[in-house]
Ligand binder design. Structure first.
Ligand SMILES: [Mg+2]
Length: 193
């Protein structure tokens, strides 16, 4: 059986940020400049009250573009013999849309929707159920929580975005570029023997 690697969707494989900005600009009919480096799009773009509509919007979710290295990252991990899973904090109703936006790179059955209000602990529990040996997310809180799980031999890395995320705890592994993840993972696996 192939070992499993779990990847986050938004900010790791998919360009949620840019897609959100364009979507809201079109909807509001005005430019939305970046107001802050907050990870929260409401603060980042100074918009509010959009979430209920957005959560239902299949066109928005299915039309989200891949980030430039998404394919390279998945192919590199598959070449290393891993099975790729996506663990993403969206509602189950948008799983198909997420599969469409992932362009067949990850099949529908390997996309786990943790729910719109998923906490770091929820994600961590999913990782443990999967038995993932590696995990890449763009929120270090998720990575930190995964590290607190017992009985899990897992390389966990936070991928630095252009957001102000506060100081990253030492327990969280950091890669500056998603393509550094397979390299870091290989080094971790070697250590385990
Ligand atoms: Mg994310």
């Amino acid at each position: 059986m192939r070992k499993k690697i779990a990847l986050d969707g938004d900010g790791v494989l998919l360009d949620f940020d840019r897609h959100f900005q364009r979507h809201m600009e079109y909807k509001l009919g005005r430019k939305l400049p970046v107001l802050s480096k907050s990870f929260q799009v409401s603060e980042r773009y100074g918009v509010d009250g959009f979430w209920n509509d957005l959560a239902q919007d299949e066109v928005f979710w299915s039309g989200m573009p891949l980030l430039p290295d998404a394919k390279n990252l998945i192919y590199a991990l598959e070449d290393m013999g891993f099975e790729i899973w996506v663990v993403t904090a969206i509602g189950e109703e948008q799983r198909r849309s997420r599969a469409i936006s992932l362009s067949g790179l990850v099949p529908n059955g390997r996309i786990v929707c943790a729910g719109w209000t998923a906490t770091s602990q929820d994600k961590a529990n999913i990782l443990q159920d999967l038995g993932a040996v590696g995990f890449l997310d763009d929120q270090w809180e998720h990575v930190l929580h995964a590290d607190m799980l017992p009985k899990m031999q897992c390389a966990r890395y936070y991928c630095c975005g252009e957001y102000d995320m506060g100081e990253v705890p030492d327990a969280v592994g950091v890669v500056d570029d998603v393509m550094d993840f397979p390299v870091a993972l290989e080094a971790s696996m070697r250590k385990w023997g």
